[in-house]
Write a protein that binds this ligand. Structure first.
Ligand code: SF4
Length: 280
């Protein structure tokens, strides 16, 4: 098997069960209705974020246009006064009428801007996004940039990055109901993004965020030395396996985990197989 770069989402799979990751690498497809519904929900989340970003960009455009129109009106009024004084009432009045029409346009733009700001505030409140800039979401699509670390043979693209006061926090959005504490595999993936941001910017983020849907409270994943050590340890194991220095096997004894595993059909070590000789 060629070594290839490890993605942060592969780390999630490895955190769930190393063998699941290995099977995925070996071409065993994930299957099951959870996989399909997860993809659909992820797309919906991406669309919601895109709506917000579209609204924000439209709002920025409207405010620049409004600013330009206000400047234009000020010039027109000055010109009208000058014409009234130096040329004549008729010409001056024409310019004043044009100024009035421009004021109506400005009022309409202001109205649109207020409406857009209201929608943005509402969406940010709904998605609990605070005031930070949202970077690199690409609607959870392939268009957003990939962060890479050659040192760790790791690459990944967080669902989005929150950027506020020079600090960048990676945010991973999961589907499904919000658990009281985040799953280890999800924490591992979020840790991988923190590592990538640390390498890319030279500044370790204080934390990452893990969200289950956009409308629930985010879990904070502190980027502290213990988590970093675990991420590096798992990356080391994965890189060793990829160059044939070690083998990958199931690392748990939990049949329930195998029952919920999307690669159980192709797994030689799964725990929910019927006992040998049982043909029922
Ligand atoms: S079926 Fe069980 S052992 Fe096999 S990959 Fe899935 S979780 Fe691991």
């Amino acid at each position: 098997m060629s070594k290839g770069i490890i993605s942060a989402s592969e780390m999630e799979r490895y955190g769930y069960c190393p063998l699941s990751w290995w099977l995925g690498r070996s071409g065993v497809e994930a299957e099951g209705s959870e996989v399909d519904s997860g993809l659909v929900k992820h797309r919906e989340i991406g669309d919601s974020l895109q709506t917000l970003l579209f609204e924000e960009s439209r709002s920025r455009e409207t405010s620049s246009t409004l600013l330009a129109v206000v400047g234009y009106i000020a010039l027109l009024v000055l010109a009208a006064l000058l014409i009234l004084w130096r040329v004549g009432t008729f010409e001056g009045n024409i310019v004043l009428i044009v100024s009035l029409i421009s004021m109506l346009i400005a009022t309409y733009l202001l109205y649109r801007l207020l409406q857009s700001t209201e929608r943005i505030d509402q969406l940010r409140d709904n998605y609990r996004l605070g005031d930070g800039d949202i970077e690199a979401p690409g609607g959870l699509s392939d268009r957003s940039p990939v962060l890479k670390s050659e040192k760790h043979n790791l690459a990944g693209r967080p669902d989005y990055i929150l950027h506020e006061d020079g600090i960048r926090l990676p945010v991973e959005v999961k589907t499904g109901r919000r658990p009281s504490a985040p799953f280890f595999s999800h924490v591992l993936q979020t840790g991988a993004y923190c590592l990538l941001i640390e390498e890319a910017t030279g500044t370790p983020p204080p934390e990452g965020q893990l969200r289950y849907g956009l409308e629930s409270e985010p879990h904070t994943v502190e980027w502290e030395p213990k988590l970093k050590a675990i991420v590096l340890e798992k990356l080391g194991e994965m890189n060793d396996a990829l160059v044939g220095r070690s083998e990958v096997h199931r690392n748990h004894n939990r049949p329930g985990k195998c029952r919920n595993c999307s690669r159980r059909q192709g797994c030689p070590e799964r725990l929910d197989r019927p006992p040998a000789g049982d043909n029922t």
